[in-house]
Design a protein around this ligand. Structure first.
Ligand code: E4P
Length: 229
């Protein structure tokens, strides 16, 4: 399962890229507005930090302008994935951009029927928003399970399910169980995945007992901290 990081905050991306666990990034207009700065510069920076797919969303809603924006965004770096909304014009733009050889992420997917259309349009990724379905009293994970089942049953569909609007560790675990190939995680959820109180408690006990042995594994060969750049 691939993990993308769901933010346009460059400091967060640099920090989390250092974990070695991040395979790509997703942004959307709201995340870009929150981060501040020039959109194309932010995308270029993220693409330089992370070699995997980096989603950059078009702002237009008509086919011609979406394609023009998508082509401009795709020129920023080879790992740009153009994000288009799941609308008739968005799916037309998806087909044109994928025919160009550009990766496309079809966003704002809220039904299995929409996910079938995205696959038919040749999307590289489809982004079902599970948290927003949970917010209106539905079970977002049902949608992930349905789409994964459908895509498995249709080998001609090459689109990958990119689980989006992730809000919790439970979402990540359930998406993994459903066989989703990608999830995009807000930084807070990625950090929460590491946490367990028994890990902290167990480590504290091991360190305290180790100290009692009076030993040092490296002796004087303790590595010096890397020089600040
Ligand atoms: C990512 O591609 C989506 O835009 C994002 O996950 C949406 O998350 P939200 O529903 O928390 O805004």
């Amino acid at each position: 399962m691939k993990f993308f990081i769901d933010t346009a905050d460059l400091d967060e991306i640099r920090d989390l890229a250092a974990t070695g666990l991040i395979d790509g990034a997703t942004t959307n207009p709201s995340l870009v507005a929150k981060a501040g700065g020039k959109f194309e510069d932010i995308i270029a920076e993220i693409c330089a930090i992370l070699p995997g797919p980096v989603s950059a969303e078009v702002a237009a809603t008509d086919f011609e302008t979406m394609v023009a924006e998508g082509r401009k965004l795709a020129k920023i770096a080879p790992n740009v994935t153009v994000k288009v909304p799941l609308t008739p014009d968005g799916l037309k733009a998806c087909k044109t951009l994928t025919d160009d050889g550009t990766m496309v992420n079809v966003t704002l997917c809220f039904s299995a029927g929409q996910a079938i259309l995205a696959a038919k349009a040749g999307a590289t990724f489809v982004s079902p928003f599970i948290g927003r379905l949970d917010d209106i009293g539905l079970r977002g994970m049902d949608l992930i399970e349905d789409i994964c089942t459908i895509y498995r049953a249709q080998p001609a569909f090459k689109t990958e399910v990119l689980v989006a609007s992730v809000r919790s560790v439970g979402h990540v675990i359930d998406a993994a169980k459903a066989g989703a190939p990608v999830a995009t995680l807000p930084p807070v959820v990625l950090r929460a995945l590491y946490s367990h109180p028994l890990t902290d408690k167990g480590l504290a006990a091991f360190l305290s007992d180790w100290e009692k042995t009076g030993q040092s594994i490296l002796g004087d060969d303790v590595p010096k901290p890397a020089a600040a750049e």
